[in-house]
Design a binder for this molecule. Structure first.
Ligand code: ADP
Ligand code: MG
Length: 207
């Protein structure tokens, strides 16, 4: 699925896509939060971009861990520690690997989600990034388990994440700033679910 240089290529695409989508993500957060999600993430991934040259010669686990640490120290808000934790957990899981297959990716996403759930004390159905992440994980597991086709599984993951975004429009936020809105959060998609889907799409496009 991906060796170290492919992972670096995917990270570069995520940096570019977050930058391109930062106003959109921030607009989404403007409606149900404080309008900083895109700006927060772009700041974090810009900081990652600035240290990309230090990734040369590192294994995939070390790269993911370095990204997580950068995100924690630069993103701020709720999503900084959450995405930071996710990348650091992913890094620990992929420790020493210079190549990963879809099983590794699925296992990595599983520990990343677990880290987010523990850190944010959230479960599925609270209108957060988890509402894109968990369905994406489940769909990839099911698809890959059925026929072992990595491309198809990533397609299924992205489709499920996109459905997850739609689902977040239908529910009340019970975690994070959007929870202050209560019922008024209905009808609006979650910024974090949207930014996760952007990242998964970068994997789908290049892996
Ligand atoms: P803040 O809400 O502090 O301004 P951001 O705007 O960067 O932080 O991120 C908001 C996103 O973080 C939300 O759209 C949601 O997906 C995610 N989020 C907030 N709280 C939690 C939580 N407890 N667990 C999981 N995700 C959360
Ligand atoms: Mg915000």
């Amino acid at each position: 699925m991906a060796d170290t240089s492919k992972v670096i290529e995917i990270i570069k695409k995520i940096i570019a896509d977050v930058d391109e989508q930062k106003l959109f993500l921030t607009e989404l957060d403007n409606v149900i939060g404080d309008g900083d999600h895109g700006i927060n993430l772009a700041r974090g991934f810009d900081a990652v971009a600035a240290v990309m040259d230090t990734f040369e010669g590192k294994d995939i686990g070390a790269i993911m861990k370095a990204i997580g640490m950068k995100l924690v120290s630069t993103v701020g808000g709720a999503s900084g520690p959450l995405y930071g934790t996710a990348f650091m957990k992913a890094g620990a899981y992929l420790n020493g690997k210079t190549e990963m297959n879809l099983d590794d990716f699925i296992g990595m996403l599983e520990v990343a989600i677990d880290g987010i759930m523990k850190r944010g004390k959230a479960v599925k159905g609270e209108k957060t990034m988890l509402d894109a992440m968990i369905p994406a994980l489940d769909a990839m597991k099911e698809s890959y388990g059925a026929d072992g086709d990595a491309k198809k599984a990533l397609d299924a993951g992205v489709a499920a994440a996109e459905e997850g975004i739609e689902y977040t429009k239908t529910i009340i936020a019970t975690k994070g700033r959007a929870s202050y809105l209560g019922e008024r959060s209905i009808g609006h998609q979650d910024p974090g679910a949207t930014s996760f889907t952007l990242m998964l799409k970068a994997v789908q496009a290049l892996a």
